[in-house]
Ligand binder design. Structure first.
Ligand code: F6P
Length: 549
């Protein structure tokens, strides 16, 4: 990106105008905003593809949106977005293009990186994945002993685990139910142990997913899985080729591990790990749901990519979501953001978003290398409703912290629930009720009118004015999943661009990895670690004593 560097964010007149607007906004209550404007749901509602977004329960007026739009206009967000779509190297600290959008670009399009049309490569790999997926699903790809593959174990971590796992759970009704899919990530041996303990190696295929193929957790687990397989199949080395495939950008390391590069599915350094599950990293998902559903999911992504690229600010959902995050994080001191899906199949959605958002925007150095002078990425958290309601929603309703939240739900129950589909209205009634309670609360007068004893009135009053966005779609289909993920990917992009940080590197994960590697010999053999602090040294010594070493 060669665009002239704009002034620092907090020096922009648009920033100061928002700060002033925040002061004027004060404690303006959603009750008042709704009383003053019967049209809020229409005014602040947006339809993007299959997603309806209701922003009316946000602490906003037309003036707020105008000022947020001006802030966006005063930063390089639009220029950076266009540069991303063109394949420019906007990941400045790693000198890489950021092209997850090319993973779902139509085959007819052309996006060049270093003189290569990457779209052609993307579709070549998708074709290879589809062939492999159908061979496994049809039983044509057999294990070493000729038995059909019934179990797929994906070994990967971070983006090489969270995305496929989340999408597999989300699309379970679309999966091949006579196969078993498991995901192993943690270097804790218990993870692999529990994943394979009841599996037959002759019917098990491992997908080793790692962009770098150097990640210690993945290589350790893959090595142990290979030992488990060989022990179960009588040590025949040639079995590995039938039971291990790899997804990586690193052919050298894949072949060093002993996996035939014929059985490697490629992706590229311009796909960030946390933006990768619609690349070959989604191979386990494709085996589970089939190539056609995978392709429907990609069209969902594409739809929102196009929306983000072309819609004007005031009708651009990722822009609005990103800027609302800035409104609360930078002007209301909100530290966290809750994502509360009302779907059991979305059990992993927030965990997936945690990496997407926090690894992307958890930065405190701006793109010019200076410390930022403003808050950046929020803590993202949440679990599916209604479970959270009986756990931590108390704090959302009556606690002292401001926690903006997204409530996500689907009009239709998932396919295949039979009689249990009848419970869906109750589930969704809870979603709508939470948005209502968080926004409007319950006043002292309303509590008193119920005959509540005076001493209890303050305890049973709900202040309300807690902002939420409700996202409603007809059903959780592969396409809708793609639309939702792309929505959040671009929201994270908008925030990073406005905060002037590089959302596409992750240097913050490096130090811990290096220190763990240095410490391991101290735990195992009592090796000396130079310059170890007294607390860590004491803990290592205690650990060794407890292990009887
Ligand atoms: O350590 C963080 C990280 O690099 C993530 O960004 C990435 O998704 C994960 O590790 C796994 O990396 P890989 O796919 O190279 O094994």
């Amino acid at each position: 990106m060669n665009a002239a560097r704009p002034a620092r964010l907090d020096q922009l007149p648009e920033w100061h105008a928002l700060a002033k607007h925040r002061e004027d906004f004060g404690g303006t209550h959603l009750r008042t905003l709704f009383a003053d404007d019967a049209q809020r749901p229409e005014r602040y509602g947006l339809q993007v593809g299959d997603l309806h977004l209701d922003f009316s329960k946000q602490l906003i007026t037309d003036e707020t949106l105008r000022l947020l739009g001006e802030l966006a206009g005063g930063t390089s967000v639009a220029a950076l977005r266009d540069a991303m779509f063109r394949g420019e190297k906007i990941n400045i600290t790693e000198d890489r293009a950021v092209l997850h959008t090319a993973l779902r670009a139509p085959v007819s399009s052309e996006i060049t990186v270093d003189g290569e049309n990457v779209v052609r490569d993307v579709h070549a790999v998708l074709g290879k994945m589809a062939l492999f997926a159908s061979r496994v699903r049809d039983g044509e790809w057999t294990g070493h002993t000729g038995r059909r593959i019934r179990n797929i174990v994906n070994i990967g971590i971070g983006g090489s685990d969270l995305g496929p796992k989340m999408a597999y759970e989300a699309l379970r009704p679309y999966t091949k139910r006579d196969m078993d899919f498991r995901f192993v990530s943690n270097v804790d041996g218990a993870d692999l142990h529990e994943a394979v303990r009841d599996l037959d190696p002759a019917e098990t295929l491992f997908i080793v997913a790692s962009k770098t193929f150097t990640t210690i957790e993945t290589i350790t687990n893959a090595t142990a899985a290979r030992e488990w397989l060989l022990a179960g199949l009588g040590g025949a080395q040639e079995a590995v080729a039938r039971h291990f495939v790899a997804v990586s950008t690193n052919a050298g390391k894949v072949s060093e591990f002993g996996i035939d590069t014929e059985n490697m599915f490629e992706f590229w350094d311009w796909v960030g790990g946390r933006y990768s599950y619609d690349s070959a990293i989604g191979l386990s998902l494709m085996v589970a749901i089939g190539a056609d559903h995978f392709s429907e999911m990609l069209s969902g992504f594409r739809l929102v990519d196009e929306h983000f690229r072309t819609a004007p600010f005031e009708a651009n959902a990722p822009m609005l979501m990103g800027l609302l995050g800035i409104w609360y994080g930078n002007f209301f001191d909100a530290q966290t953001h809750a994502v509360l899906p009302y779907s059991h199949y979305f059990s992993q959605f927030t965990a997936y978003l945690q990496q997407l958002d926090m690894e992307s925007d958890g930065k405190s150095t701006d793109r010019g290398g200076r410390p930022v002078g403003w808050q950046t990425g929020p803590v993202v958290w949440g679990t599916p409703g209604t479970n959270g309601q009986h756990a931590y929603y108390q704090l959302l309703h009556q606690g002292t912290k401001m926690i903006p939240a997204d409530l996500i739900g689907f009009a239709r129950p998932a396919p295949g629930l039979g009689g249990l589909a009848a419970q869906h209205d109750l589930l969704m009634a809870n979603l709508f009720a939470q948005g209502q309670a968080l926004a409007f609360g319950k006043t002292e007068e309303e509590v008193r009118a119920e005959g509540v004893p005076e001493a209890q009135v303050p305890h049973r009053t709900f202040p309300g004015n807690r902002p939420t966005t409700t996202i409603l779609a007809e059903e959780l289909s592969p396409s809708v999943l793609g639309q939702l993920v792309a929505l959040y990917e671009h929201k994270v992009f908008v925030q990073g661009a406005v905060w002037d940080i590089d959302s596409f590197d992750q240097w913050g994960v490096e130090l811990g990895k290096v220190l763990a590697k240095r410490l391991e010999p101290a735990l195992t053999d009592g090796a000396d670690v130079e310059g170890l602090d007294s607390s860590t040294a004491g803990l290592v010594a205690r650990y060794r004593r407890l292990r009887g070493r």
